[in-house]
Write a protein that binds this ligand. Structure first.
Ligand code: NAI
Length: 349
């Protein structure tokens, strides 16, 4: 099924509002999710609406949270999320970071006690569209082995970065610190296909090519990805006084309880470091130069980070966004949720 971004936004907003969020919060959740689908990040778009609706309906996402921003220094602050929607908390916290960096050059804003915030690209682009450079990291539920380990300890702890150019393009780098998302393992399992041994390990911690035997995911680039995911956990968990590592709450453990997750935004105002117009012109030049690098055999051309998603968004704007039929049927139905997620294990579909 293909739908316009506007229609998808409206369908998601209606469902989330009916689950219990205010119109204002449901609108922001829908904006972040429709953004993800429009960029082709379908793992963090409409596919999540049923899960969020169940958590909202069961009280595990606070319907009318007591959001509070506490500026803790000239360039620092904490956004208290009261386990409200993570999308709304992360967006509002980024608004505060942009305000502080505009005045004081940099901002480091932690979001405390939040729920899942989805695709981080959305929040760093918020800052880049105001001519700032931004980095955002957040915690997610444990399903990854530390390098050399046989048991999971960290989450897929993502890192996102965005910077503006002078021609409307945006450098947007946004990734989980695991080789592959769990969704890709599930996809292989449902098709009866094997997976590369670099993606995941079995119950003994040995690499496996059998998607049915996967017990934990592997970090990107061995010890280097392991170091990055630990860095993310320090910045968005320990630094904010939140549960860390294996103590981070599970996505599906108890949908009536808040998740108490953390996220950290770092925003830099380039005007405090260099000439802003020169910065943006150089950003355009670097994107021109990397994309002009001769491609390797079998590769059409070099893309800059985020470019393929931006091209996808343009194509979807003409053809409509591709949404799985089952998800569309759910979105247009009267159902709020089907009790599908509460109590499922961490590798639920
Ligand atoms: P991915 O592997 O699809 O892309 C990673 C990065 O590589 C992106 O910046 C993309 O633009 C770039 N890229 C991909 N192919 C490229 C190419 N051919 N040339 C140049 N650049 C290329 O992303 P991944 O790791 O699957 O993450 C997907 C989303 O999941 C992200 O939005 C992330 O924030 C989100 N996520 C959210 C979590 C949460 O708890 N909130 C947890 C984990 C991931």
């Amino acid at each position: 099924m293909r739908v316009s971004k506007e229609d998808l936004h409206q369908l998601i907003q209606t469902k989330i509002e009916r689950a219990g969020l205010t119109e204002e919060h449901a609108d922001i959740v829908a904006d972040v999710l429709a953004f993800a689908d429009a960029r082709g990040i379908h793992s963090h778009g409409a596919v999540r609406v049923e899960y969020y609706s169940e958590r909202i309906a069961k009280g595990g996402i606070t319907n009318r949270p007591d959001f509070r921003f506490e500026q803790t220094g000239p360039t620092s602050g904490i956004f208290h999320g009261d386990n409200g929607s993570g999308h709304v908390a992360a967006k509002r916290a980024m608004d505060e970071a942009i305000r502080i960096a505009g005045k004081n050059g940099v901002a480091v804003v932690g979001v405390k006690n939040m729920s899942h915030s989805g695709a981080l690209a959305y929040f760093v682009e918020q800052a880049a569209s105001c001519d700032f450079v931004a980095l955002s990291v957040c915690q997610s539920d444990p399903m990854v082995v530390p390098f050399g380990g046989a048991e999971d300890y960290f989450g897929t702890n993502p890192i996102a970065f965005a910077a503006p150019t002078d021609d409307g393009r945006m450098l947007t780098f946004d990734m989980a610190t695991t080789v592959q998302a769990w969704g890709k393992v599930l996809h292989a399992r449902s098709r009866g296909e094997s997976i590369p041994p670099t993606w995941a390990v079995d119950a003994d911690g040995a690499p496996t090519t059998d998607p049915a035997k996967v017990n934990a995911l592997l970090p990107i680039a061995g010890p280097k990805g392991y170091g990055l995911m630990m860095m993310v956990d320090v910045l968005s968990g320990i630094l904010l006084g939140l549960p860390f590592g294996k103590h981070v709450s599970s996505m599906y453990a108890d949908l009536s309880k808040g998740r108490d997750l953390g996220q950290l935004h770092i925003v830099i105002n380039p005007a405090f470091f260099t000439d802003i117009e020169a910065f943006k012109a150089n950003m355009s030049e670097v994107l021109d130069e990397v994309t002009a690098v001769a491609p390797a055999p079998g590769v059409d051309r070099v893309y800059y980070p985020g470019e393929r998603g931006q091209l996808r968004e343009k194509a979807y704007a003409e053809q409509g966004i591709e949404i799985v039929d089952d998800i569309y049927e759910y979105l247009i139905s009267d159902a709020i949720h089907f009790d599908n997620y509460d109590g499922k294990n961490k590798f639920a579909e």
